[in-house]
Design a protein around this ligand. Structure first.
Ligand code: FES
Ligand code: FES
Length: 156
């Protein structure tokens, strides 16, 4: 039987530590749900095919590209968007190290870096570089971002 991507499911999702009751279309991406039904616009639509990382959110403790994840797959997991981070060490380090220029890629970078620091006690420079490879910035180098991450590692 062919799957109907317009079929609607009722679900309860844990978004930024709040339970949200939502209706989800079978083929709906998590990015679409966050932005268009929950008004959480921090995750950005960039390439929409899993390349740029602008749409990155945390699923449990790991970074996921919400443009290529079905919203229904979020059921049973803790979803954290940039709106759910407040005054974290990496956000403050981004400010101190001027680790951003635009607001488009930055939420995805911060979520990715926060996830890195949540899952690694002392990641090596190689691990930091490989972790950052999943996010694309078209206008600056990654040096300031790496410095921000390393400053958090050194102070913790
Ligand atoms: S918009 Fe999701 S990876 Fe680019
Ligand atoms: S600072 Fe956002 S794309 Fe470069």
């Amino acid at each position: 039987m062919a799957r109907d991507e317009h079929q609607i499911f009722a679900a309860e999702l844990d978004i930024n530590n709040e339970m949200k009751n939502v209706e989800i279309r079978a083929g709906e991406t998590l990015l679409h749900l966050l932005r268009n039904k929950l008004s959480l616009t921090g995750a950005k639509p960039g390439c929409l095919n899993g390349d740029c990382g602008a749409c990155t959110v945390m699923v449990d403790n790991l970074p996921f590209k919400s443009c290529i994840m079905l919203a229904i797959e979020a059921a049973g997991h803790k979803i954290t968007t940039i709106e759910g981070l407040r005054d974290t060490p990496i956000q403050n380090a981004f400010i101190r190290h001027f680790a951003f220029q635009c607001g488009y890629c930055t939420p995805g970078f911060i979520i990715n870096c926060h996830s890195l620091l949540s899952t690694h006690i002392t990641p090596s420079k190689e691990v930091v570089k490989s972790w950052l490879a999943s996010n694309i910035c078209r206008c600056t180098s990654y040096q300031e971002i790496e410095e921000a991450i390393l400053s958090v590692i050194e102070t913790e």
